[in-house]
Design a protein around this ligand. Sequence first.
Ligand code: SAM
Length: 421
Amino acid sequence: MNNAQPLELLKQARAQFSQREIAEQVGKNPKTIRRWEKGETPCPVMLGSALRVMLREPEAPRYEPGTNRIRFVDLFAGIGGIRMGFEAQGGDCVFTSEWNNFSKKTYVLNFGERHPFVGDIMPFPAEDIPDHDVLLAGFPCQPFSIAGVSKKNSLGRPHGFECTTQGTLFFDVARIIATKRPKAFLLENVKNLLSHDKGNTFEVILHTLRNELKYDVHYRVIDGQHFTPQHRERIIIVGFREKTDFSWNDLRLPEKAPRLESILHKTDGTEPFLPWDQDRFFDHDKKIIQPKYTLTPRLWSYLQAYAEKHRAAGNGFGFGLVYPDSVTRTLSARYYKDGSEILVWQGDKKRPRRLTPRECARLMGFPDSFRIPVSDTQAYRQFGNSVVMPVMKEVARIMAPHVHTMIEEGRTGVAQFSLFA
Ligand SMILES: C[S@@+](CC[C@H](N)C(=O)[O-])C[C@H]1O[C@@H](n2cnc3c(N)ncnc32)[C@H](O)[C@@H]1O
């Protein structure tokens, strides 16, 4: 809970908002805000709740006996895409782990820091993690993704489980499940996890979850394009401590995929003005996307030449031009480099442009209220690493009744045991 006094909250709010914006929110004159800030007049106690709304930090949830809100932990949290899916089902985060400071900045601004937030999960003792009902982990996909594997191969390094750092992170997840025995878990990764090392990697994962940890495990590849105009296939693995009648048939995946135009900035005067973005991505006066997102002549020539070279050699590489009725390729964490996988066509007379970070947020299904406090480079990396949030929301929706049943039945779980004994 944010127990800070009104003046402290005012200082926090001023890091993000102008005196005028705060004045509008609390129904006062900007001069009054300045007097409060300078300590010329004391901040009224009532100011606190209005500022908490601005800081998007609701009162911390209370756990009354008999309530069945789902408590979850958010591991490899990134910017909280999976978290948002579970919050939509009435879940409360009780612990987060994310070691990247830029991602942490985005995460904390959007969700607050009302619970323990730790960096590296590897050395963190599992028994110090608060009790929880559901464990969420979008563990890093680099060792399993095609790009990750080929990069590591080219560097002569091992990949997957052989890789001593990233690949073993699954076992950190397993270690925590073994110790904390949550009622359920949701793990997310690239689709390529299924075929990595001829299927051996996935077999080890399933064996660990089913045979060692004794969970009822279900998995499925889901394409984000049911919800947003992006082809993004990810494997979702869910597990329950008890046998359930969980079924993927309960998923509601909209048939008609939305098209790119639904997430692009609107140049017809209807683009909303977001106080937290101001004109960073879109010039509201001129009604244009900021020119810096249009490719430089040099980069555009390079990309065309590169694509032509590969086309001549019979390879499928190249840039991905997209139009208002397109569904894009997968947004990658490397989008900031040249943005070649998704280039927005701007007419024959203009060079194409990249998506803005706000458009990337929309492409991942994040609401416009989501704040982007980091540089474009970091923002592209963060969204490219994240999840199509509505997919998570839908999976959380079909998991929730089973978790609620287990909470209500008050099952306490079986004795803890060591995975590696
Ligand atoms: C694939 S991303 C997950 C993104 C997340 N699902 C989201 O919605 O943004 C994996 C994240 O794990 C973090 N990470 C990698 N190794 C870690 C470690 N040892 N401890 C904590 N975080 C780690 C990375 O910084 C990255 O943000």
